[in-house]
Design a protein around this ligand. Sequence first.
Ligand code: GLA
Length: 333
Amino acid sequence: VSAAASAAFAPGRVNLIGDHTDYTGGWVLPLAIEQGTTVRLAPGGDTVRLRSADEPGEAVVPVGRPDPAAATGWARYVAGCVAEAAPTTGAAGSVSTTLPIGAGLSSSAALEVALILALGHTGGPLELARAAQRAEQRASGVPCGLMDQLASAAGVDGAALLIDCTSDEFRPVPIPDGCEIRVVHSGQSRTLAGSAYAERRAQCEAAARLIGPLRQAGLDDAGAIGDPAIQRRARHVISENARVLAAADRLTVGDLAAVGELMKRSHASLRDDFEVSSPALDGLVEQLSGRPGVFGARLTGAGFGGCVVALTEPGALDVGWAVRAGAGAHRLG
Ligand code: GLA
C-alpha cells in the first residue's frame, strides 16, 4: 500500500454472448458497463478495514493473515483480495457501488478489481484480472474463469471485448449505433450456482480428456462421446465458441439481426445442452424475444437465475436497465 490515500473504480459487466466457454479456453464477448464499484482507502494500521454504503457490517481483515474462510458475507471477498494483494501495511476506507448486488452483473468482480487496484496493484489489466479471479476463487470456492474480472479490468468505452481465453488476448469490438443493450432480471437469485458451476466445469474437463481441448474440437468429435450428459456439455461449448466468433463478426458490420439470432441460439444451447437455465429465465427470454424491435435475448453469466441480456432497437423495451459499454477499471483522483 502506498503512503498516500488511494481510490479506484471498477465496472460490472454484462456478457453479450459466450457463456461457460471461458474456463475451457474458449471465446467470450462481454462488455464492461458504466455502473460499478468505488473503493477509497487511507493507509494505516495492520488491518484492511472497509465499510460498505450498500451492505451491512464492516470487513476487517488482518494484513498478515487474510483468511476468507474466517470471514462472512462480503468480507470474504475483501479477505480474498488482501490475500492476493498482500499489502505490507493496513488501510481503512469505504466501498460503494452503483451495481445491483448479486444480480449477475459481476458486482463481486467489480469489488475485487477495485479493491486490488486501490491496494496498490502495479501490473497491467491482465495481471489485475488474474489476481481478482484468484481472489474470487479463494472467497467463493467457485472455480470461475477469467471473463468477469478481465471485462472489468480491461473494458473499453463503447465496445465489447472479444477475449480469447486460451491466450487471454483481447480486442475491442465496437457496439454499433442504432441498438440498445438491456439487462432484465429474472427475479430469481442465483442460489445453486456454486456447486452446479463446479460440476459443469468438471464435465467439460471430462469431455476434454476424451476429445482434446474443446476449443479445437468439432461437433462430430462431441458426437462421438458416449456419456450423453458429457456429450451435451461439449456440444454447447463447441457450438458457443463458433457463435461468439460469428457474433463479433456480425457486430463489426452492424448486422444486428444476425447477432440477435446467435443470442437466441446461445440461450437454447445453454438451456438444452448445458442445462444452466431455469423456467424463469426461459420464460423471460421467450417473452422479450417476441417483442417488436428485439433482435435477440439470452441468459447472461453463469445461469441458474440472474439476468437476461437483450439486444434491441433503441427504446424497444421498457423493462430492466439500458446499459452502455463503459471503460475498464482505473484509479481515481
Ligand atoms: C461466471 C464466471 C465466469 C464465467 C460465467 C459463465 O460469471 O465467473 O468466469 O464462467 O459464469 O460464462
